[in-house]
Ligand binder design. Sequence first.
Ligand SMILES: C[S@@+](CC[C@H](N)C(=O)[O-])C[C@H]1O[C@@H](n2cnc3c(N)ncnc32)[C@H](O)[C@@H]1O
Length: 298
Amino acid sequence: MRRSSGCCAPVWNCRRPWHGRRSSSFSRRCGIRRPITRPWRAGCRTGGRNVREWVALYHTHHSLEAEDQAFWLWLAEQSGGPVLELGCGSGRLTLPLAQRGRWVVGVDRDFDMLCYARDLAAHSGGRSPDWVQADFCHLHLAQRFALIFLACNTFSTLTCREQRAVLAVARRHLTGAGVFAVSMPNPLLLETLPPRGEPEVETVFAHPESDAVVQVLSEWRREGEVVTLRWYYDCLFPDGTTRRHELTARHRLQSLDSLRDLFEQAGLRLERQYGDYERHPFAADSPWLILTARSSTD
Ligand SMILES: C[S@@+](CC[C@H](N)C(=O)[O-])C[C@H]1O[C@@H](n2cnc3c(N)ncnc32)[C@H](O)[C@@H]1O
């Protein structure tokens, strides 16, 4: 996953409503907990103008249609205990979970994303999540969680080694009856894409911080077992100037059987396979593959 003037991972056709606010004291106000597993990154960004704009655009775009939110809230409700979100980004899901009274820990390695999330939490009232800046592949927390999840297609953008590491982290941090869940684009569906999709306008929304209009274009390339999705966020300002931010995500296409093996090797037994956020069973033409699992040895 790469961003060119900000950062973060992928969304596959996700559009959701803007609910965020930001203050100008973006990074200064971050009381984010230091990483447990690694020292505070010496060279971490402190929220330059373009990075701050990027995070706000990312959050706005990903909040346009929060089709997955009800699903994660439901899963947290079912689990009945503390929640750990790995790769929590701008807090799009972490915050609503905390606002419903859950104790939630959001982990992300991206300092700017966490600052943004922290700022949103400060303005939204209610219970605030705990934020941890860390690589989730090397996470060691003292607590265990009833639900651990990676949302928004993050799991399929990880390398095989990262997937193994994050599964081990999940296994280590789950309570005995805890649930681990990940969502990804349906690999069977991605396999049927033509090799190339030319840029198309995906959505248009109001810039969260100025009078500009933001147009989001997306395109894809499919090469063997990898589909690369690219988004262009074009900010069109009233004075005629433009600014572009880019986001790239590479999804590895893995069969359900190979995912099941991977989970089993980590001591996790697949429990449910949903095909969408309304909890329909997974099928070849489902938009998503959402997996839930439990420890196989507890
Ligand atoms: C697609 S975003 C999802 C954000 C949020 N979960 C949501 O649903 O809007 C993926 C997030 O995972 C984070 N991430 C990716 N790899 C990571 C790693 N190894 N450790 C910690 N965070 C990671 C990225 O920084 C990014 O914020």
